[in-house]
Design a binder for this molecule. Structure first.
Ligand code: SF4
Length: 347
């Protein structure tokens, strides 16, 4: 139990970087318990900091309200909410598809040493005219960064290709917050709410390190237990995000591509509108995929039945007990290692 909220030191060459006048502390704030604990810890220690939240476009309205109004609970700085913008990426993708020329069809014949034909196939074209027409009719900015990113990729992120954290959180924070600070000569200390007890991978992170370029990663609650984060909230009279009392074990995308089976069942029961939104996103992303094969929010290739399963089928499964079909995807994330969380951006 944390009784006094001491800050771990970040001293480099005798300089206390956290309090150095030329440093700007930037705190990644998601609205989850860990980011809230960091915010309060910074306040307790009189640190000057900017809290930043990257809104993925797949957040719950409860979380966005909580983040937007958090400073009213604390008297601290208001959280800056930013979003990725893929308008230019989408324009480039449209041009690429529109200008893509069919290569000549080529017959590829494979033979064994005796000259016997093993296989014959015609080299496939990149985009057929039909595929081009379908994609170009649908690939337009939607005003939602999560959906735009998936439409450009023609697929949803997965535990093995979690490009969402980088593209929707890390990169916008670097481009919109860190780089302008670095341009005016600031040192950036990036506060990340990573705790060792969450997984073996997170336990291996140091309290601080630097990727170079004047940026330092700082993980001040690395040694805290989950209970400590609620304890500091209690000490400050701050309410946690209401989603914790509504069956959610973690706060983040609604749902996260890494959400657990029981969380998905809870989301479907309490927030069916969000499942309906994902259903519509699956339709739109499918229309933007090259082959037009159903793009599924969950990692359908891992299903035991081998079929492509949309969100409704996965929700149906999430309501089953242990006798239900097994989705390896969900099992694989139980150790909390699959979420691309090295940056402490996804809870
Ligand atoms: S890993 Fe989950 S919470 Fe993080 S950006 Fe991706 S979907 Fe959202």
């Amino acid at each position: 139990m944390i009784l006094t909220a001491d800050l771990p030191q970040l001293v480099v060459d005798g300089v206390d970087l956290i309090r150095y006048p030329n440093t700007q502390n930037v705190l990644s704030f998601s609205g989850g318990k860990d980011s809230v604990a960091m915010y309060l810890l910074a306040m307790e220690n009189g640190i000057d900091f900017i809290p930043v939240c990257a809104d993925t476009g797949n957040e719950h309205e409860i979380t966005l309200d909580y983040v937007r109004n958090f400073h009213l609970q604390t008297g601290g700085p208001a959280v800056q909410i930013i979003q990725a913008d893929f308008t230019e990426d989408m324009r480039r993708k449209r041009i690429f598809i529109a200008r893509d020329h069919r290569p000549k069809k080529k017959l590829v014949i494979k033979r064994d040493d005796s000259g016997t034909i093993l296989s014959k196939k015609v080299k496939s074209v990149r985009y057929t005219n039909k595929q081009k027409r379908r994609i170009l009719e649908n690939l337009y900015p939607s005003d939602n960064p999560f959906l735009d990113l998936c439409m450009i990729a023609g697929r949803f992120p997965s535990s093995f290709a979690a490009f969402c954290t980088e593209k929707l959180k890390r990169d916008p924070i670097i481009e919109q917050i860190y780089l302008p600070l670095l341009d005016v000569g600031k040192i950036v200390v990036s506060w990340q709410g990573v705790r060792a007890e969450e997984s073996a991978r997170r336990a291996a992170y140091p309290i601080f390190d630097s990727p170079g370029g004047g940026i330092w990663n700082y993980r001040p609650i690395h040694q805290w237990k989950a209970a400590d984060t609620f304890e500091i909230m209690k000490r400050h009279g701050v309410k946690p995000n209401a989603l914790y009392t509504q069956g959610m074990a973690r706060v983040g995308c609604m749902p996260c591509v890494n959400c657990r089976k029981d969380e998905l069942a809870e989301i479907a029961m309490r927030f069916p509108d969000h499942i309906g939104r994902i259903r519509e996103w699956e339709r739109l992303v499918t229309l933007c995929s090259r082959n037009g094969v159903i793009a599924t929010f969950s990692h359908s290739s891992k299903l035991n039945d081998g079929k492509m399963n949309g969100i409704d089928a996965v929700v149906e499964w999430s309501r089953t007990g242990k006798g239900g079909r097994t989705f390896d995807f969900f099992k694989s994330i139980d150790d909390g290692q699959s979420c691309s969380s090295a940056y402490g951006l996804c809870e």
